[in-house]
Design a protein around this ligand. Sequence first.
Ligand code: ZN
Length: 329
Amino acid sequence: MIKGYKAEVLSLYEQIRENETKALKARKQEIERLYPEITELDQEIGKQSLHLSRSILKAGNNSEALVFEIKNKIMDLRARKYELLVSKGYPQDYLNIHYHCNICKDTGYVGVNPCSCYNAKLVQVYYKNSQLAEAVKKNNFDNWDISLYSSHKTDMEKYSPRKNIETIYQYILKEYIPNFKNHNENLLFFGGPGTGKTFLSDSIAKDLLDSGYLVLYRTSDELIKNFREIKFDNNRDLEDLLINCDLLIIDDLGAEQITEFTITELFNLLNAKLLKNKKMLISTNLSLIDLAKSYTERISSRLIGNFKLCKFYGEDIRVKLNLIKPNKS
Ligand SMILES: [Zn+2]
């Protein structure tokens, strides 16, 4: 699924260039029809520009003077063209190609490196292709319902489920998301099933994607599939994406089949991302003790040492929602 991303992103740029070339052609035709004198100037500029590049290539005794002369001529022609355009009520760049990005001229690349606009395009393509686009229609901050959490505290916990979730949301909404660019905070959501971990992960993903960050969402099963693709199909684009995305969400860690391969690859990914300060959000139904048992000490110590731990608890919301639905309708 991800393999096609680069091609798809590049085709977005191609589309932009094609559209802009077409639009320029139409503007040129319009001017030629209405004001042929401007077209003549435009063509003369083209001729002189060609002349200029040839003169620069051709080394000679008086080439410097010639280059200077042609440059002046072009400047003069341009000034006349702009003046005429403006006097006819057009913007001065009416006969220039309009770039969406002036840095890369809509190629996506500056030399061999992706342009700063590339990531935004990647987000656009990724978002469109991801299952997140569907999930976040339901799972987003607008639909958050705190009344689903009980305000009664049990002896097991210091705070009621409601108070607890409120504290987590306050942190996410007031610190984590607004300062996303400046912090290196990794999050570990742990707690029983149906306590709202996926809902909150999806809501965070939506907010960040809408702000132009590249957020990847993987269930642990999908992540293992990705590991295999990287290892056995040598999919470097995918590896790059997993490591360098702004936020990697791994949902339901522990639900997959845990093998030696899984543990090694997960450990390598965690390390690579921690080294590069690329953020992660991991959610799991396992307790911290079970996490250590299933994933070895070295992984759980990475998680506990480098992740902010957020414990989710309360009754199973999914069960609760099913119970209250009939009354609602
Ligand atoms: Zn660009």
